[in-house]
Design a binder for this molecule. Sequence first.
Ligand SMILES: Nc1nc2c(ncn2[C@@H]2O[C@H](COP(=O)(O)OP(=O)(O)OP(=O)(O)O)[C@@H](O)[C@H]2O)c(=O)[nH]1
Length: 412
Amino acid sequence: MKIPSVLLRFPHRYFSKRTYFKNLTCISRSDFLCIESLKPVHLHCSKQMCLSKCLSRELCHQSAPEQETEGLSDREKGLIDRLYNGLVQGHRACLAEAITLIESTQTRKKKVAQVLLQKVLSYHREQEKLNQGKPLAFRVGLSGPPGAGKSTFIECFGKMLTERGHKVSVLAVDPSSSTSGGSLLGDKTRMTELSRDMNAYIRPSPTRGTLGGVTRTTNEAILLCEGGGYNVVLVETVGVGQSEFAVADMVDMFILVLPPAGGDELQGIKRGIIEMADLVAINKADGDLIVPARRIQAEYVSAMKLLRKRSKVWRPKVIRISAKTGEGISDMWDKMTEFRDLMLTSGELIAKRRKQQKVWMWNLIQENMLEHFRSHLAVKDKIPLLEEKVLSGVLSPGLAADLLLKAFKDGL
Ligand SMILES: Nc1nc2c(ncn2[C@@H]2O[C@H](COP(=O)(O)OP(=O)(O)OP(=O)(O)O)[C@@H](O)[C@H]2O)c(=O)[nH]1
């Protein structure tokens, strides 16, 4: 990254080049301009004042653009500015508060959350421009049946990454959270060491029990994590239900973690989800399980040869790892970065992200339209009655749907 001349003119002996880079990663071009216009102040900053403090002070003066904040109270505008500034400076508490805000179902809070997101999005754009158009973070989806060893893997993998200087966030999508009354995934006790690591952030991503809920909150939480400087975002989902399809549609790379078991034990895993995988990791390849792990790997290698090719530059790979011993985890990261680099240079990654934006928009429309439909006065009372008739076989589903849709259209 090119360092603006004004910053290079800072007294070098107080800030090493590394400090520049570290701090610059969370500063956008508009912030540079803002600093440039205040050059005299910064060039005369005292010996004690570190660069990050100078920059933080300037960032704090930034507020949301007028048109976006129209109709918001001063308190709400203040909240947006506080969360935004805290977020881009890497404060975990602000990131947590921002994610809670985007998860809110209250109309007012939803509006505030959208303004905050817009701000974070423009920050992203600026950052990506400074990064020669390359994405800020690597988004990785991770799925697998319960007991495959996902949390053991994330703990081991996440720690390896933070030791190498990465900032890792883990968003755990649990489609059953609304029915089970709690989150199966994202429970911090599952990743005790990683949750104590200051360069890691673990968070369950509530889904409100709907697929649309997964799409909305998780996509937005990914953006917020990236705004907070997390350069590897792991989105974990349990290998049941439809959520993994939604997750595969919001990440750069989709990984399937499987235990060294075949046939019946993996019946819960849908064929479709294997087709979505860019990498299959057969976990628990240690001790007595090495032999079955090899066998399962060979089975998946031949099965995946039959799948339709989804990329011109990447063929899905099947590897063996042990989250317990750490064996194969470093090689796995090498494969992942190889995938990212190939996808980036071929232009496929950017194209994929663009397509995902469109899918995201349509998912949101679908979710909102359905909500609107269900709660519309013209159909609300008719739904239970017609559902009952369909259940008892009195009415065909097609006719019932037509009747409801007609009532809805007439009521518009
Ligand atoms: N031998 C061996 N056991 C492992 C390995 N990874 C995980 N396990 C064990 O497998 C069991 C399940 O591991 P978890 O990490 O909780 O699996 P999970 O996929 O997160 O499961 P859920 O929390 O149910 O979704 C635990 O008893 C782990 O100790 C491994 O690499 N080798």
